[in-house]
Design a protein around this ligand. Structure first.
Ligand code: AMP
Ligand code: ZN
Length: 113
């Protein structure tokens, strides 16, 4: 586990505002929300970034995107829509080196693309 922030949250060693949890994923409110709804969906497996996945992660990655859709539905943002952001390494603006997907919604979300 080392010093990974999200591994510590997954292990319950640091507090978080959980909105979903099962054996493989945790969804928590972002501590510095950039939108009215800002939730992170985090696989419990420690993978540093999308750039570090391997073939054995394919099923988990598919389930991750399905979980994002289900959590967004539960949060009530699916009807109007939301933006999904996955920052990768330095140029992608990734701060926490444990793969996670941002769900941003509750208003029109600006993005580059
Ligand atoms: P990223 O730039 O994709 O690595 O985003 C990391 C996100 O984690 C940022 O939006 C932070 O606000 C958020 N964050 C950092 N620490 C915590 C924490 N303890 N609980 C919840 N979210 C956090
Ligand atoms: Zn980790």
């Amino acid at each position: 586990m080392g010093d990974c922030l999200f591994c510590k949250i997954v292990a319950g060693q640091l507090p978080s505002e959980k909105v979903f949890e099962d054996d493989d994923f945790l969804a928590l409110k972002d501590i510095h929300p950039k939108a009215p709804t800002h939730v992170l969906v985090v696989p419990k497996k420690h993978i540093p970034s999308l750039a570090d996945v391997s073939a054995e992660d394919e099923v988990m990655l598919g389930r991750l995107m399905h979980r994002v859709a289900l959590v967004a539905r539960d949060l009530g943002v699916a009807d109007k829509g939301y933006k999904v952001v996955l920052n990768v390494r330095e140029h992608g603006g990734q701060i926490v080196p444990h793969i996670h997907v941002h769900i941003l919604g509750g208003e029109r979300i600006k993005g580059l693309v």
